[in-house]
Design a protein around this ligand. Structure first.
Ligand code: ATP
Ligand code: FE
Length: 332
């Protein structure tokens, strides 16, 4: 089947075409408008989605060399995400499906981040563990089948990506900060400063304490030396990134031990982080894991992951009706 997929849950408008389980295009239109505000402005995001969605779909079809008349089903992100942003993608998908008289397939964005591992040939085997780390979520997911997933641990407050972005804001870096922290961290010493590791039972996470300790650490040092940040930016970023990575991987190791699992995957925007990718590889080598790390274009929000998830739902004949509505919160 030919699946057209739409992703519009946050600030990236993305369209993808997948033919018989092979993702042939993955067009992503980023929204730079939010940089000036230091974060995503929901009302602006949905307006820009409206401008971007038709060109993104046209490009995705053209790149895949597929005519819109050949599409067999339209997959779209139903949630979780910003309601106004989701609404643009859901409305487009409905209109397209209605005009071509083809089925609709609703996709959970967080499941799709996990299913990004089924794009390409190197696929994990069920059951596997996936550490999904993004701007809004931090989850350890036990993946039993394509659509049979259980969240065994999650953050009690901030997400890992949020911790990256808030740290960069404290340091006066522009939004989104994750990639900049990554860049500076490569040039710094992760042992330079010690930030606390929260003591949380089980497989859950907490990042708000870390954020507060970074805030006080910067405040106290800048009081003594106004140039503290500029002089030590690489070491600060390396130390913060190192702590975030160790918090994430220590929990993942615990879960892999308890569930006795050897296939371990990373997903979500923060899986683009160099320190996390390297840290997982190292931990995997030590523990005899098969590690799965998505290609960069499938880490942050993209429609390729919606397309592959849509393909597997198509095979099950699992379709949505025209009365489907987007959901800001959407559990598995
Ligand atoms: P969710 O998937 O939870 O709805 P989202 O879709 O906004 O949230 P993603 O696009 O998956 O999130 O990820 C964005 C996050 O990834 C941001 O917090 C960003 O800072 C972070 N990020 C992206 N690249 C890197 C990197 N190289 N290092 C660290 N963080 C990164
Ligand atoms: Fe996402």
């Amino acid at each position: 089947p030919v699946i057209l997929a739409i992703e519009s849950s946050c600030d990236d408008t993305s369209a993808s075409v997948c033919v018989d389980g092979i993702v042939l295009s993955n067009v992503i239109a980023n929204q730079s408008i939010h940089e000036a505000y230091g974060g995503v402005v929901p009302e602006l995001a949905s307006r820009v989605h409206q401008q971007n969605i038709v060109p993104a779909v046209q490009q995705a079809l053209a790149k895949a060399k597929v005519s819109k008349n050949d599409v067999d089903a339209v997959a779209f992100t139903r949630g979780p995400g910003l309601l106004g942003s989701l609404l643009v993608g859901v409305s487009f998908a409905k209109a397209f499906a209605l005009s071509k008289n083809i089925p609709l397939i609703e996709i959970n964005h967080m499941q799709a981040h996990v299913l990004a591992h089924f794009i390409g040939s190197n696929k994990p085997s069920f059951p596997f563990l996936c550490l999904t780390v993004s701007g809004g979520h931090t989850q350890i997911v036990l993946v039993k089948d394509y659509f049979d997933m259980e969240v065994v641990g999650q953050t009690l407050d901030d997400a890992a990506g949020e911790a990256m972005d808030k740290t960069s804001k404290i340091l006066g870096l522009p939004y989104p900060g994750g990639p900049l922290i990554d860049k500076h961290a490569r040039l710094g010493n992760p042992e330079a400063y010690r930030f606390p590791e929260p003591q949380i039972q089980g497989f859950d996470f907490s990042f708000s304490g870390l954020k507060t300790s970074i805030l006080y650490f910067i405040r106290d040092n800048v009081a003594k030396n106004p140039d503290f940040i500029a002089e030590n930016i690489n070491d600060i970023c390396a130390s913060v990134e190192g702590r975030i990575v160790s918090i994430l991987l220590n929990k993942l190791k615990k879960a892999a031990d308890l569930y006795d699992i050897k296939d371990v995957a990373l997903a979500g925007g923060v899986s683009a982080n160099t320190g996390l990718r390297q840290g997982l590889q190292k931990m995997g080598e030590k523990n005899g894991w098969n590690c799965f790390i998505p290609e960069m274009q499938y880490c942050t929000d993209n429609a390729g992951m919606i397309a592959i998830a849509g393909y597997h739902k198509y095979l099950k004949g699992d379709f949505a009706g025209q009365d489907v509505v987007p959901l800001a919160r959407m559990p598995f």
